[in-house]
Ligand binder design. Structure first.
Ligand SMILES: [Ca+2]
Ligand SMILES: [Ca+2]
Length: 335
């Protein structure tokens, strides 16, 4: 019965998101079962297990891998250290893909939720080729905030299969709460530990070189660099086919069958950020600091340089931040 249900889901996913259904590697416990929710989101069972969280490489070792990164930036990565053993004690289901524009629209239509960028009237950020960062105090790569921009319009073309952006941590909470209420199963954002465990997917040892992401991720490649020529020397040394966001599942999955953990859009996690958290975090199911001011996002985006498109890299924003590069991936807790 379980097998039949899994195949049904798999075929449905294949029709919508080929080749998203392909399972190239089977997790060690034979997991990988898929399940689809009422918004059409496909979830993959992630087995319990242990991994090494954080970054073991020194700043000098990272510089060998990322020669275009300034040593000053490499030395600012102390919040990734020390690398330490973490055990995820329970299996969980993680979104196979980032939440899409079409799924987010269906959520808004069914729930009545108003995204924060619209509710507060200040809008989001967007790509505008005529916009000059030098004319703004922040020098941001994107124009905003501006009510012209929101989840509906980040300034570049997106279809229903692209990952939704300009969504806040609070919007992600609203989505998880609504799904939990309407489906009677607990949805939430992943903890940082769950996210990194799922990103590494059993891969241990030395950091992979940036070129290893070719065919695996939508990042700041040569196609994106055309629009930001002053950063062209920071681009990945390949074409990934997408100057902006890519439809979810456009690139190969990792060993857990998850797409776009690295690149495409950053993904909000449940945890508050603290620079020194790894020095004293629990070894089992860490949940992040009890309080904080900024929430961690993970994985890099279509606009991310090689140093930051790593499973161990941590970045953060306030919960009301909305941006062209930040989206959502949800956890559904296992029964
Ligand atoms: Ca790209
Ligand atoms: Ca991503």
């Amino acid at each position: 019965m379980q097998r039949a249900a899994t195949w049904t889901v798999c075929i449905a996913a294949l029709a919508l998101l080929a080749p998203g259904c392909a399972v190239r590697n089977t997790p060690p416990d034979g997991g990988g079962a898929r399940w689809t929710n009422t918004l059409g989101m496909v979830f993959v069972r992630i087995p319990a297990g242990s991994f090494r969280m954080g970054t073991a490489a020194s700043a000098e070792e990272l510089q060998a891998l990322y020669p275009r990164a300034e040593l000053r930036r490499l030395r600012e990565l102390d919040d990734e250290r020390p690398a330490h053993a973490v055990r995820i004690t329970r299996p969980f289901y993680l979104g196979q893909h980032e939440v899409t524009v079409g799924q987010f629209r269906a959520f808004l239509e069914r729930s009545g939720h108003v995204p924060e960028s619209i509710a507060d009237g200040t809008g989001g950020y967007g790509w505008n080729p005529a916009y000059d960062p030098a004319t703004t105090a922040r020098g941001d790569a994107f124009e905003g905030r501006d009510p012209r921009y929101s989840w509906r319009n980040p300034g570049f073309a997106q279809g229903d299969g692209h990952p939704v952006v300009n969504v806040t941590w609070n919007d992600a909470q609203a989505l998880a709460r609504w799904l939990s209420r309407t489906e009677g199963r607990r949805y939430r954002l992943p903890t940082e530990a769950e996210w990194e465990y799922a990103c590494r997917a059993g891969q241990q040892g030395a950091e992979p070189p940036p070129a290893a992401l070719q065919g695996q991720a939508n990042v700041f490649d040569r196609d994106a660099a055309v629009h930001w020529p002053k950063w062209a020397d920071q681009a990945f040394p390949f074409h990934d086919g997408h100057a902006f966001t890519a439809p979810v599942g456009s690139h190969a999955p990792n060993a857990f069958g998850l797409h776009d953990m690295l690149g495409n859009v950053w993904e909000w996690t449940a945890d508050w950020h603290a620079d020194d958290y790894y020095a004293h975090s629990p070894a089992e199911d860490p949940q992040g600091p009890a309080e904080g001011e900024v929430k961690v996002r993970r994985g890099g985006s279509w606009h991310t340089w090689p140093l930051y498109a790593r499973c161990g890299f941590r970045n953060w924003n306030t919960p009301e931040t909305r941006y062209t590069l930040v989206g959502i991936r949800l956890v559904r807790e296992a029964p």
